[in-house]
Design a protein around this ligand. Structure first.
Ligand SMILES: C[S@@+](CC[C@H](N)C(=O)[O-])C[C@H]1O[C@@H](n2cnc3c(N)ncnc32)[C@H](O)[C@@H]1O
Length: 276
């Protein structure tokens, strides 16, 4: 009897929990929409250049927007613990301050992830998610192709603004991931004279790598439309091509796909060994 009672109570609790939990999914898109809005408005950038926490009126004047809707956005951002609200005191009104998370919304800087958020929340990248169930049921092409008529790389080649967004997003990931790899695995790069970064994007990964390993020369290998806009840099050659045709020769190849690094070292027999 007691067991039955406990089971019933458990089910009631689950029911109550579900009543609240479901709202997360009804309005699940709000978090990303508000964060994207914060980046586009430049809230973190405004506080950073002000040099100290800002009042609502200071922020609305710096961002040239109406304080009333801005206040609503700030309330959500504070609720999400992205910005901190410091209560009003006798010395002045309530102010909004940065947190480590809001600093990742800065438009530039070594920890910025703003470009990645702007990429993934762009209509181009969000649209394929609406076709997820069709893809799972096997009634559509890969989701990106089903919406845009071509794969993501061909789409990027034909749409330079989208390509720029991808390159900037990948570069912000590289700025976070590469120093961590270098810090913990620098010895992997000792003895290598040349490295090719396959799908190296705008070359950020190799720039960080040759800076930390001055004995290395790099080849930044990516599709022609990507390397054509990559920065020039000493000891790095930008080469355009298709990795499914061939990859430039080097002592080692890096393939990094969003924070996952594979370092392929060619041994003397020309076989590949996976190092990281
Ligand atoms: C997910 S991004 C990774 C970029 C970079 N390695 C990073 O993680 O920051 C994949 C990269 O591969 C490139 N890519 C895609 N298909 C390719 C191909 N067939 N040959 C060469 N590069 C390609 C894209 O242009 C893009 O820059």
């Amino acid at each position: 009897m007691e067991d039955k009672q406990r089971e019933l109570e458990g089910e009631e609790k689950e029911e109550e929990h579900a009543k609240l939990e479901i709202w997360k999914y009804v309005f699940g898109f709000v978090e990303i929409a508000v964060v994207k809005c914060a980046i586009e408005l430049g809230i973190a950038d405004a506080i950073e250049s002000h040099g100290s926490p800002m009042t609502l009126l200071e922020l609305s004047s710096a961002l040239r927007c109406d304080p009333s809707p801005l206040y609503r956005i700030l309330r959500v951002l504070v609720h999400l613990k992205i910005f901190k609200e410091k209560p009003a005191t006798q010395l002045g009104p309530k102010v909004y301050a940065q947190t480590p998370l809001s600093k990742r919304l800065l438009k530039s800087g070594e920890n910025s992830m703003a470009a990645f958020i702007l990429l993934e929340s762009s209509p181009v990248m969000l649209a394929p998610w609406h076709g997820l169930s069709a893809r799972i049921q096997g009634v559509s092409n890969p989701a990106f192709e089903a919406v845009h008529g071509e794969d993501v790389w061909s789409y990027a080649a034909a749409n330079p603004n989208h390509s720029k967004l991808i390159n900037e997003a990948m570069a912000c990931d590289a700025r976070v991931a590469v120093p961590a790899v270098l810090e913990s695995c620098l010895e992997v790069f000792k003895g290598l004279e040349t490295i090719v970064d396959v799908g190296g994007g705008d070359g950020t990964t190799l720039r960080l790598l040759v800076e930390a390993c001055p004995w290395i020369r790099g080849v930044n290998f990516d599709l022609p439309h990507v390397v054509s806009v990559a920065q020039e840099c000493d000891r790095i050659e930008n080469v355009g091509g298709d990795m499914f045709d061939c990859v430039p020769k080097a002592d080692a190849a890096i393939i990094m796909v969003i924070s996952i690094y594979v370092i392929l070292l060619l041994n003397t027999q020309g076989n590949l060994t996976i190092q990281i």
